[in-house]
Design a protein around this ligand. Structure first.
Ligand code: ZN
Length: 150
């Protein structure tokens, strides 16, 4: 188990130090801003939606390791997905990080996102891990109001 934790730690640090898709999208069809006042994480998510498909996802912002790594891994997971697929991944990720302690995490089909299964033990970090995801959903739904975790 501690080996698994080390591996998870490594993935999170890698994505924190070298976030993927950390940029603006020229000609983004939509974007949204998110803020987690508890930790100070700020994120802007940019989307290029073509028809029913999320053709491109990118983000910019400043945050802790968990929030940055989560945003980075999220862009990799959602790029190229249909709205329905993206929504389904959102729900599974949300269940993974907010599920009750002691129940097995349904992470088998989440790929690298499974690294966040340990976050549920730290309620304050759940908001760091989900900030980019709520911001993604707001952008997808073209909600103007900034997302706040509080
Ligand atoms: Zn944070």
């Amino acid at each position: 188990m501690s080996e698994l934790r080390d591996l998870y730690q490594e993935v999170i640090l890698d994505h924190y130090r070298k976030p993927r898709n950390f940029r603006e999208i020229d000609g983004a069809t939509q974007k949204a801003n998110g803020f987690n006042p508890l930790c100070g994480d700020r994120v802007t998510v940019f989307l290029l939606v073509e028809g029913d498909r999320v053709a491109d996802v990118a983000f910019k912002g400043i945050g802790c390791a968990i929030s940055t790594a989560s945003a980075s891994l999220m862009t990799e997971a959602l790029k190229g997905k249909t709205r329905a697929e993206a929504e389904a991944i959102f729900e599974r990720f949300h269940d993974l990080v907010t599920g009750p302690l002691g129940t097995p995490a349904e992470s088998a089909d989440l790929g690298k996102l499974a690294v966040f299964s340990g976050v549920r033990e730290f309620p304050a970090r759940v908001k760091c891990a989900t900030l980019a995801w709520h911001t993604f959903r707001a952008a997808l739904e073209k909600k103007e109001a900034p997302v706040s975790t509080e």
